[in-house]
Design a binder for this molecule. Structure first.
Ligand SMILES: [Zn+2]
Length: 240
């Protein structure tokens, strides 16, 4: 059985960018775990602030929304409440992430790209996700569980891909689970403006899935996609 770990800076990020991959994983019986480093309480909750909620109320709102979205996807979810805007990198926080790796034992890891001039929390989350992965592999690193293997890491698509040097080299066909992704998105009313944006993006990526798959696969006109960048080389005994 596979185990997918998604390291998300804020409570909503995993939904827009990776819900298709998560839903595909759980649909085939794999375990999927979302690790939200923060609730996105300061930086990605403008509507809740304008409605006059307190910081603690906003955290609770975002926690509930993200929990519902994870449930819609069949995923487990964990929050570290590390504080956003800014998300501060620290050895203590990396150590907490190492412990999640050792418990979840991921066979695949998804996180943010390392460049995002619009949002410093996203690359910070990615740096910590990568550092924790390396530490979790070390036999001598003191944390419960066994040393980690070498799960591949994929960066999911940022909101402004061109500015983030995001050039996809993996296109994921999410057609069979797109309704589930849409249902997860609709669990986040605080960011309602994103629902149609990410539906349209999935259509455009779907066109690219079809184009790159070629005509022989006979993918339907309605193909939906998500784009990823694979960080480490793929290991294979056969080029295909
Ligand atoms: Zn975010």
């Amino acid at each position: 059985m596979g185990s997918l770990l998604v390291v998300s800076a804020h409570a909503g990020d995993f939904v827009w960018r990776a819900a298709g991959a998560i839903a595909l994983a759980t649909a085939r019986g794999d375990r999927a775990t979302v690790l939200c480093l923060t609730y996105g309480e300061r930086g990605e909750s403008a509507k809740a602030w304008r409605e006059g909620n307190s910081l603690e109320q906003i955290k609770q709102i975002r926690r509930e929304e993200a929990t519902n979205a994870a449930k819609a996807l069949g995923a487990e979810i964990e929050f570290l409440d590390a504080g956003d805007y800014p998300l501060v990198e620290s050895p203590e926080l990396v150590d907490r992430i190492v412990r999640v790796y050792r418990e979840v034992v991921p066979t695949v890891v998804l996180t943010h790209p390392l460049v995002d001039p619009y949002n410093g929390d996203h690359p910070a989350a990615a740096r910590m996700a990568l550092q924790a992965r390396v530490l979790a592999q070390a036999v001598g690193y003191e944390a419960p569980g066994e040393p980690l293997g070498a799960p591949p890491v994929f960066f999911f698509e940022p909101h402004q891909p061109e500015q983030c040097d995001f050039k996809p080299n993996v296109l994921l066909d999410i057609t069979s689970v797109f309704d589930t992704k849409r249902a997860a998105m609709e669990c986040l009313p605080a960011q309602q403006h994103m629902w149609d944006y990410y539906t349209d993006l999935a259509k455009r990526r779907g066109v690219q899935v079809k184009r790159n798959a070629g005509p022989n696969l006979g993918l339907p006109h309605s193909t939906m996609g998500e784009a990823y960048v694979r960080l480490y080389p793929q290991v294979t005994g056969e080029l295909a």
